[in-house]
Design a protein around this ligand. Structure first.
Ligand code: SAM
Length: 295
């Protein structure tokens, strides 16, 4: 298993996702002799996980069962240990598309944070691309290095422990795209420009506040970036439900009263429908995109 390559069988050292339901899953580091408690009883790694195929339904000691899933960046985002606020799949999907990321892309990112976005970038740019990610908080940078190694993507990423606003990304003229998720992105726009290839490339900055966006757009214009656009993506998830509705009563049927047909008065119809949520996830942040052109 690796986060950029599918493996059929669960092996020692893998990170597997134990799935109890859509709102209940967690990652486990598979270790010979290891045990994991679930509400359905204990999972014994040697007997219950190692050698089984990903996707298997595994019975726990109390007789209940779980699915064991292959890790993906999307599942990791939902299950990773939070060291910071993180980006979720809706924003990540938009960032990936708008930055035109693909296998072979070279990307600069700051800050690394909890590595939620980093894992998605790595999956997209593998097997030949590279991610340069900058994090000025030492423990977070060290933890990210450890996780990337554990997830077998260490060869695709360089983690730099420095201040991106003062010292930049540690590379010049190599990036196809730059992504910023820091409190003062406008201070890093000059370094973003320097990191991007001479032929040009894309930049994206994620900010929760509009005042941050204003300053970033100003800095982008001052550094000669074009095609500046800011957007926000809101996700609306629908629930599928069975609903029972009363049938309208259009008066007596042609047969007239007493013809044996059921009265429309109490008639109902049951059907499946998609119901919009009463509440939905609100604002995460604004995404500002821009292009550095050849001229
Ligand atoms: C919100 S988190 C990033 C989360 C990340 N995008 C993810 O999806 O997990 C912001 C990170 O940027 C780091 N940071 C803030 N300012 C920085 C700077 N000037 N240079 C480098 N890292 C910085 C913080 O330490 C923090 O870990």
């Amino acid at each position: 298993m690796s986060f950029v390559e599918y493996g059929d069988v669960i092996r020692e050292g893998d990170t597997a996702i134990v799935f109890l339901g859509h709102d209940s899953m967690f990652p486990v580091k598979v270790q010979r002799g290891g045990q994991t408690q679930t509400r359905y009883g204990v999972l014994r790694h040697s007997a219950d996980l190692i050698g089984k195929r990903y996707g298997s339904k595994v019975t726990c000691s109390k007789g209940g069962w779980v699915y064991v899933l292959h890790p993906t960046p999307e599942l990791w985002t939902l299950n990773l240990p939070h060291r910071t606020q993180i980006l979720y799949a809706t924003d990540i999907a938009t960032i990936t598309m708008m930055l035109e990321l693909k296998p072979g892309s070279v990307v600069c990112e700051s800050g690394t944070g909890s590595g939620s976005l980093s894992h998605a970038i790595l999956r997209t740019i593998a097997p030949t691309g590279h991610l340069y990610t900058v994090e000025f908080h030492q423990q977070r940078a060290e933890k990210a290095v450890e996780e990337f190694k554990e997830h077998k993507v260490g060869h695709l990423v360089t983690v730099l422990n420095q201040d991106v606003c003062r010292e930049g990304f540690g590379v010049t003229g190599v990036a196809d795209a730059v992504f910023l998720d820091i409190p003062s992105p406008w201070e890093a726009i000059g370094h973003a420009k320097a990191a991007i290839k001479k032929q040009g490339g894309r930049v994206c900055s994620f900010s929760p506040c509009i005042e941050q966006v204003q300053r970033t757009c100003q800095a982008l214009a001052e550094h000669g970036f074009g095609e500046v656009s800011t957007l926000e993506v809101l996700l609306r998830l629908y629930d599928v439900r069975s609903v029972t509705l009363p049938l309208p009563d259009f008066g007596e049927e042609a047969g007239g009263p007493g013809d044996g047909a059921p009265s429309a008065q109490n008639a109902t119809v049951t059907c499946k429908t998609a119901v919009a949520p009463k509440e939905m996830a609100g604002h995460t942040g604004y995404l500002t995109f821009a292009t550095k052109s050849l001229v």
